[in-house]
Design a protein around this ligand. Structure first.
Ligand code: CA
Length: 381
């Protein structure tokens, strides 16, 4: 089988009255960068590239103008060989960030092709399922804009998740310690003590601030504190982790086995959060998993995109081992983004619906999804 073409799709949807903020900025739109790799067998593989800060066109151009010409004529089954070749092609200026997101999308599409060609879901090719459904937590609880009381709006949103059957949810913090503590308190009081609550600062703090916030949150049973400090500040992570009684999570802004080597071997976090659509796709994620497993650092993937990235992440999640294996192993949480996203569901013909706090992992070949081309064309930019 040979690769014959690579298509990229850039989509955009405006949030209109659902504009939201977090510790770094406010956004009025969501974008997506998707790719489809074609073969001479007629099989097409799909991928998505994670990007922050947009525009998604940049990462799509990296796929289409940068990597696509290097893929034509190659065998899509040669995923490791292709990965190392493409990484090395852009290595001098592309060790982290968007080039690796672009490479991730291509790698995901190649694994989709392999699965479809063999008639097997991708998780089977990754070593088999440790689980066939994913226990989700709701990512949402961003900072609403233009509301009378942010605390009331957050409490209402959280109660909505609880009513839908979520048993865990994640709140954005990073707006200043006093304000963060007000939000955390309001949420905990609203949802009660039987809900698992995580917080995410999106690297808003220095280590001293993050430690102060962690101590302040101890009264509210926060399960993990995500991205307390900037991703480059590994010593800051270690300091926060040593002085916090809350688990420290991070890694969505880290890339490849080389980037994760530092987080893992220095034991900088309690929970590693690589994103399949950013850290390097399936090929690289399995290498990161192997390292995490050797150092016994639990891995819970970051997931944030359309149904294409979600479907791929579910396949990865099925094949994610326990940390460690034991008679009654701890089951990881799966991130299920519920923040406003006008493109998330419509891009695929399939829907992913939570039931009793779980998402089923598709058993169909490849990623188990088909693009809705009418939707993709309608929202393409
Ligand atoms: Ca995050």
């Amino acid at each position: 089988m040979k690769i014959t073409g690579v298509e990229t799709y850039v989509l955009e949807g405006l949030l209109e009255d659902k504009v939201f903020g977090w510790s770094q900025r406010v956004t009025d739109r969501r974008q997506a960068a998707l790719c489809a790799v074609s073969t001479d067998d007629g099989i097409q593989g799909l991928g998505e590239a994670f990007y922050y800060g947009g525009p998604a066109r940049i990462v799509a151009n990296l796929i289409g103008d940068g990597y696509a010409p290097l893929l034509i004529g190659r065998d899509p089954f040669d995923t490791s060989v292709i990965w190392d070749f493409l990484y090395n092609w852009t290595r001098d200026q592309g060790m982290k960030g968007l080039p690796i997101s672009a490479l991730s999308a291509i790698d995901i599409a190649l694994w989709d092709i392999k699965g479809k060609a063999l008639g097997l879901p991708v998780y089977k090719l990754l070593g088999g399922p440790y689980r066939n459904r994913a226990h989700v937590y709701a990512t949402g609880l961003y900072q609403p804009q233009n509301v009378a009381s942010i605390e009331d709006a957050l409490a209402k949103e959280a109660l909505g998740y609880k009513e839908q059957g979520f048993s865990a949810m994640k709140l954005k913090v990073g707006y200043g310690i006093e304000k963060d503590l007000r939000y955390v308190k309001a949420l905990r009081e609203a949802v009660g003590n039987d809900i698992v609550l995580m917080v995410d600062a999106n690297h808003a703090y220095n280590a001293a601030e993050a430690i102060r916030l962690a101590k302040g949150m101890e009264n509210y049973e926060v399960y993990w504190f995500e991205e307390p400090v900037p991703p480059e500040d590994i010593d800051g992570y270690i300091e926060v982790k040593q002085k916090s009684n809350i688990l420290i999570a991070g890694g969505e802004d880290e890339f490849t086995r080389y980037g994760f080597r530092e987080l893992i071997t220095r034991r900088a976090v309690d929970i590693l959060q690589p994103d399949l659509c950013a850290a390097g796709g399936f090929t690289e994620m399995m290498k990161i998993v192997a390292m995490a497993s050797a150092w016994n650092v639990p891995l819970i993937p970051h997931v944030w995109g359309t149904n294409v990235g979600l479907a791929a992440s579910l396949q990865f999640f099925a094949a994610l081992p326990h940390f460690p294996e034991r008679r009654y192993p701890a089951e990881p949480f799966f991130e299920y983004d519920r923040s406003p996203h006008p493109l998330r569901d419509g891009v695929t013909q399939e829907r992913f619906l939570m039931k009793d706090s779980y998402l089923d992992i598709p058993q169909r070949p490849g990623l188990g999804i088909t693009l809705d081309m009418d939707f993709v064309r309608k929202h393409g930019v």
